[in-house]
Design a binder for this molecule. Structure first.
Ligand SMILES: Nc1nc2c(c(=O)[nH]1)N[C@H]1C(S)=C(S)[C@@H](COP(=O)(O)OP(=O)(O)OC[C@H]3O[C@@H](n4cnc5c(=O)[nH]c(N)nc54)[C@H](O)[C@@H]3O)O[C@H]1N2
Ligand SMILES: Nc1nc2c(c(=O)[nH]1)N[C@H]1C(S)=C(S)[C@@H](COP(=O)(O)OP(=O)(O)OC[C@H]3O[C@@H](n4cnc5c(=O)[nH]c(N)nc54)[C@H](O)[C@@H]3O)O[C@H]1N2
Ligand SMILES: [Mo]
Length: 730
């Protein structure tokens, strides 16, 4: 993005015409950032609570005084209960904070960093790294994909810049398979084949594809023989998923399963994209693992136009050394909440994956700040029950857990609990979560700070991008960095923090700056702006000069582990399998009598990003109210009219949305939005901006039974529900 500044004010935002991805195009949310910067409701000063939690009585306090008081309290809690009694929460990694939050916590000695990565992309990162040594992403190189599988993703709404590139591929003749229970915009605009899957059954479909590809010998024999581990055992497992059985599970006609499997296996090169919906719920690890296997056995792994294994960026100082991961004492790692049950997401799994990947990737290994982390639902239980030990302080940075974490009522209850001695929120706005805080810190937005962005998630690669600070932070806002640094300096971490965020970025970018002959961060941000490492395919074939052998893959066996020795060592199924999720018409037929519809929550919609920006009128007028998609036949049967308020009810709770009658959804399905709260409403507890009225996380579950065992990923679908007009709301 380009920003124009006149007399110290940002007056215009534009897309960067030379940019490799957006080529000058921006979505409506990007343009709204001027409004975001100067909005009268932005938080401008640190606040300290004076009344009860949630009462909304605050006094202004300085950054220094607030940091002094918080540091003192954290020291006291650490002495009395141990460092593990302090936990942090995080969301979709807004800005730079996850890295510095992790550094602070490692040095403080607590393993209890919770974050949204547990049900969003980081599972893919961990499972794929366990299976073939890193995460994969589509990269065209000289040969664009001829076939692209979009699986549980709707990039038309969730990644509009990338979607524009996908449309170009479509025009150039690439074929698209879209797997989605809804006839999404992506289905309408791109799909050559649409598989309308029953929510939550993706692992069965993936195993069905593997079955067809093996039985019909459509796999890449050469690659499998040379580079894969455990093919015979996979073959046996895949036999359990013949197309007719998979059809019964997924509701996809048998012929479509077989034909789409053939298409993916034979139209080359082919790519399977990352999509949120296969990263969550009971089968998350199996979904990801099965997709990884498909890439490998069809010879689409690490080839141009397929899914490239790109590895960490060699030229920046980031990851574990930047975050001092090794300094978290072993004894503390062992105390991580959830490490006893969800071993892949926590230290035990991370350690195995990191050890296997480290030497291979120039000493870097697992670089992502989100993992290892604690099992998020355990934080709230530890606050409320003191088990397995008490959690006494929570620092929430860049997320809104009262709205967007699963089981949000439990989150609320824990945050209100007198057992919790300290709750700090770093925010740009007063939110339902921030309303419950003891201290709220006003955080700058990206226009007010120097930005370095490294994305391993958004379909790009190990690239680096940097932007200058556009204007100085307004009022007393600061970048998140100064909160963690400020605490660190007060708690004996002086050795590990630099003076400014710019200095941190200079260290971060040092190897690259040296290579490019750039002297300062500002110069990098102005002249270089973004940098891609050279692209190389089939890295596994390259001979390692030290051993004289091909490099292979960064796994314990050096091969693609179709049969995962890491999952096996952790005590999980080493091969993918399908398990019926706990709340479906199949697993809970009795419940389905009262709650007959299948519910999915949170399918993305423009212009909103999660619970953000309901305050921005330019965006709010594009989508003023929460909307539930219901099939017209179903609505007719239930006496529901288009545009009227309806109640969506589940055994755990009920919410209100406006009905949108559409054939986009299956007659047996309802789709509701997430992230809704109403900044124009009463802030004080118990209203909390009506945070529980239209928020589907009042009925998403975070109980172990609903979570994926290896990763602990909770589910945002599928659930059972009933729907009725709101006039019958009691
Ligand atoms: N039911 C249901 N729930 C879901 C989902 C779903 O599909 N269905 N999706 C889930 C997924 S995938 C995710 S990733 C999570 C996302 O959940 P969260 O990441 O918690 O997203 P938000 O609720 O938008 O909260 C982000 C907060 O960070 C603030 N913020 C923005 N930028 C900054 C910054 O630079 N610094 C700081 N300190 N704060 C900042 C914003 O004002 C906002 O209040 O939601 C999950 N929740
Ligand atoms: N506008 C907007 N864009 C966003 C975000 C946002 O909040 N708003 N959030 C960002 C974040 S953090 C994330 S994680 C991504 C997520 O974005 P995506 O990966 O695109 O995921 P969703 O839009 O949540 O769901 C995609 C599709 O999956 C379908 N689906 C639902 N259940 C299932 C299922 O069981 N199986 C399959 N195969 N499909 C299913 C839905 O119908 C939907 O059309 O979006 C990012 N981009
Ligand atoms: Mo996400």
């Amino acid at each position: 993005m380009l920003a124009k500044v006149r007399n110290g004010r940002v007056v215009e935002l534009r897309g960067e015409p030379d940019h490799y991805l957006n080529k000058g195009w921006l979505c409506e949310r990007a343009y709204a950032f001027i409004e975001h910067l100067y909005h009268p409701e932005r938080l401008n000063y640190p606040l300290k609570r004076v009344g009860e939690r949630g009462e909304g009585r605050w006094e202004r306090i300085s950054w220094d005084k607030a940091l002094d008081e918080i540091a003192e309290k954290l020291r006291e809690i650490k002495e009395k209960y141990g460092a593990e009694a302090v936990a942090t929460t995080g969301g979709t990694g807004r800005g730079h904070q996850e890295t510095f939050k992790k550094r602070f916590m490692n040095l403080f000695g607590s393993p209890n960093t919770a974050n949204a990565g547990q049900w969003c992309a980081i599972n893919s990162y961990l499972v794929e790294t366990a299976v073939y040594g890193f995460l994969t992403r589509y990269k065209a190189g000289p040969h664009p994909a001829k076939c692209i599988v979009i699986w549980g993703q709707n990039p038309d709404q969730s990644r509009p810049c990338e979607f524009r590139r996908l449309m170009e591929l479509k025009k150039a003749g690439s074929k698209f398979i879209v797997i989605d229970p809804r006839r999404s915009e992506t289905v309408e605009k791109l799909a050559d084949r649409w598989l309308q899957i029953r929510p939550g059954t993706d692992a069965a479909l993936a195993l069905g594809w593997i079955n067809v590809i093996i039985e019909e010998e459509l796999y890449d024999r050469d690659f499998v023989e040379k580079w894969c581990f455990g093919f015979e055992r996979l073959k046996e497992r895949a036999r359990e998923y013949p197309p007719e059985k998979v059809s019964r599970i997924t509701w996809i006609p048998e012929r479509e399963i077989v034909e789409s499997a053939r298409m993916y296996a034979t139209v080359k090169p082919a790519s399977i994209r990352w999509g949120l919906r296969t990263d969550i719920g009971r089968n998350a690890t199996s979904n990801i693992h099965a997709k990884a296997i498909l890439r490998a056995i069809t010879g689409n792994l690490d080839v141009f136009g397929g899914d490239m294994l790109y590895g960490p960026c060699e030229k920046v100082n980031y990851g574990p050394p930047f975050e001092y991961t090794e300094l978290l004492p072993r004894e503390q790692r062992g105390k991580q909440l959830g490490a006893d049950r969800h071993k892949l997401w926590t230290w035990p799994g991370y350690q195995l994956i990191h050890d296997a990947a480290k030497a291979y990737w120039y000493g870097k290994g697992c670089v992502f700040s989100y993992a290892p982390a604690c099992h998020e639902p355990d934080v709230w239980r530890a606050i409320l029950t003191g088990k397995p030990y008490p959690v006494k302080a929570v620092i929430c940075g860049g997320n809104n857990p009262v709205v967007d974490y699963p089981n949000s009522r439990l989150v609320y209850k824990a945050l209100k609990s007198p057992n919790l001695e300290l709750f700090v929120v770093l925010e740009q706005w007063m939110t339902p979560t921030a309303m419950l805080a003891d201290y709220v810190f006003p955080v700058a937005n990206w226009l007010e700070m120097p930005v370095v962005h490294m994305s391993t998630l958004d379909g790009l690669t190990n690239f680096v991008a940097a932007g200058e600070k556009t204007v100085n932070p307004l009022y007393e806002r600061k970048p998140d960095y100064y909160f963690y640094q400020g605490l660190g300096l007060r708690l004996g971490q002086e050795k590990y923090w630099r003076k400014t965020l710019e200095e941190e970025w200079e260290y971060f970018l040092k190897p690259l700056m040296e290579e490019l002959g750039v002297k300062s961060y500002e110069e990098f941000a102005r002249k270089i702006r973004w940098w891609f490492p050279p692209l190389e395919e089939k890295k596994y074939e390259k001979v390692n000069p030290e051993t004289g052998k091909p490099r292979g893959f960064a796994t314990p066996t050096g091969k693609v582990e179709l049969y995962s020795t890491i999952l096996e060592r952790l005590g999980y199924d080493p091969l993918p399998h399908y398990e019926e999720p706990p709340e479906t018409p199949v697993s809970s037929p009795k419940l389905a009598e009262e709650y007959p519809l299948i519910l999915i929550t949170g399918a993305r919609f423009r212009p909103f990003h999660h619970s953000e920006h309901r305050q921005l009128s330019t965006l709010r007028k594009l989508w003023p109210e929460p909307t539930a998609e219901i099939h017209p036949d179903t609505a007719g049967r239930l006496g529901i009219k288009d545009g009227e308020w309806v109640v969506i009810e589940n055994p755990r709770g009920k919410i209100k949305h406006k009905a949108k009658l559409t054939t986009r959804v299956h007659p047996r399905m309802v789709s509701v939005q997430h992230g809704w709260w109403f900044p124009e409403e009463i802030p004080e507890d118990p209203v909390l901006f009506r945070a529980f009225e239209s928020n589907p996380n009042v009925f998403t579950s975070d109980e172990d039974e609903y979570c994926d065992p290896p990763t602990g990923a909770a589910a945002f679908q599928p659930y059972l529900c009933k729907v009725y007009p709101a006039r019958k709301y009691t």
